[in-house]
Write a protein that binds this ligand. Structure first.
Ligand code: PLP
Length: 396
């Protein structure tokens, strides 16, 4: 028997609920026609990138010396690219960051891994708030740290501060904030962020070391009704931002994002070095060169997110009418209603009988709920409402 790393074998063989739903959907589509299967399982953007993305890629390919275009860039990202990103961030948030505050990464996933590996030692704990993106556990444990999960405040999906405060201890190194949130779509209010920061300032002082916020922001641009997403460095100095163009520019396959380490982070130079060192140790080398340049040129743009807002309204209103208990998402392309029975896995199994493919909340640390991804054509949502009605009827 091969003497392999058991954790890796297990990660490589674990079944993915979402992938299984996707496979089920393909089988059902062959049986009853694709138009009768309502797949809401995957969070893959459904609107095209802005035209300028392809235009820029083509222009760069035609006009740039290929040795430069396809060559290695600096490990932290091409300098011109980082300058453009800094300009865009400063314009948007009134900040004063420069190119040396950015480490360009292979999407938010790698940005998170760089932060976690850069910050954490073996006894460290990282706090995560339910509901949460399940890969956090993989990334945190991969960095050798322990994940501490704070149960959800299911009334509003803001933070349960009592449980949060009780969970902080001398080993707490960081927490991950994901707002707008996958899977519930909620944005943390200014009041939530203020309270979070003041607790963290107090606790950092009490334990004599900084507790970092790692702000995972791939959905920052995808918000509705003009809602504002608080810019965390304005509230808390020890904030590292993980950003991605996967969702805002509909480019998940191109793998581009960054870590932003603002100057206000205590011992900024060391923290930045640790992030870059983690990238090196993980073998990331540099983020994809062509798309570093494309994303930097398109940093002020987003794909047409109005479609997600239309979809959110249709689903939210439709589910409410059917009697679902659901918190209105402020952004993203997910909605996370309470399931009509306590067992969310059984509920999602029953939903499959009506050809509705939705994901149980258990995997997001929030049983009794289910995630519906609405990054799909609007007409799929319109047609699916009858199936949701039948599902709700089956519980009467
Ligand atoms: N964080 C959250 C909350 C996500 O939903 C995702 C992807 O779905 C990621 C991080 C990873 O995104 P990326 O494609 O930028 O690695």
């Amino acid at each position: 028997m091969a003497n392999l790393n058991e954790r890796m074998v297990s990660l490589g063989t674990q079944r993915s609920v979402i992938r299984e739903l996707f496979e089920f959907g393909k089988v059902r589509a062959a049986e009853i026609g694709a138009e009768n299967v309502f797949d809401f399982s995957i969070g893959n953007p459904s609107v095209p990138s802005p035209e300028k993305v392809n235009e820029t890629a083509v222009r760069l390919i035609n006009e740039t010396d290929p040795i430069i275009l396809h060559g290695y860039t600096s490990a932290q990202g091409d300098l011109e690219v980082r300058k453009l990103i800094a300009e865009s961030v400063n314009k948007r948030f009134g900040s004063h960051v420069g190119p040396d505050n950015f480490y360009v990464s292979i999407g938010a996933a790698a940005a998170l891994c760089c932060c976690l590996n850069g910050l954490c030692n073996p006894t460290d704990e990282v706090i995560v708030f339910a509901p949460y993106f399940p890969e956090y556990k993989v990334f945190i444990e991969g960095a050798g740290a322990k994940m501490t999960l704070i149960p959800a405040d299911t009334k509003s999906f803001q933070i349960d501060f009592e449980k949060f405060e009780a969970a902080i201890n001398e080993n707490t190194k960081a927490l991950i904030v994901n707002s707008p949130n996958n899977p519930c779509g909620v944005v943390y209010s200014k009041e939530t962020i203020q309270k979070l920061s003041s607790i963290l300032k107090e606790k950092s002082k009490e334990y004599g070391h900084p507790i970092y916020i790692i702000s995972d922001e791939p959905y920052r641009e995808i918000v509705f009704d003009g809602i504002e997403v608080p810019y965390l460095p304005d509230y808390y100095d020890n904030t590292l931002i993980c950003y991605s163009w996967s969702k805002s520019l509909s480019l998940p396959g191109e793998r581009l994002g960054y870590v932003l380490v603002p100057d206000e982070v205590e011992e900024h130079d060391l923290v930045y070095a640790a992030v870059a060192g983690a990238g090196r140790s993980l073998g990331y080398v540099n983020a994809p060169g062509l798309f570093q340049r494309v994303c930097a040129d398109c940093a002020d743009l987003t794909a047409d997110i109005s479609i997600y807002e239309t979809n959110r309204n249709l689903l939210y209103n439709g589910l409410k009418e059917l009697g679902f208990d659901v918190v209105k998402p402020d952004g993203t392309f997910y909605i996370f209603p309470r399931t009509l029975e306590g067992d969310d896995i059984a509920f999602c199994e029953r939903a499959k009988e009506f050809n509705l493919l939705i994901v149980p909340g258990t995997g997001f640390g929030c049983p009794g709920h289910a995630r519906i991804s609405y990054c799909v054509p609007t007409e799929r949502i319109e047609r699916s409402m009858k199936a949701f009605a039948k599902l709700a009827e089956s519980y009467k």
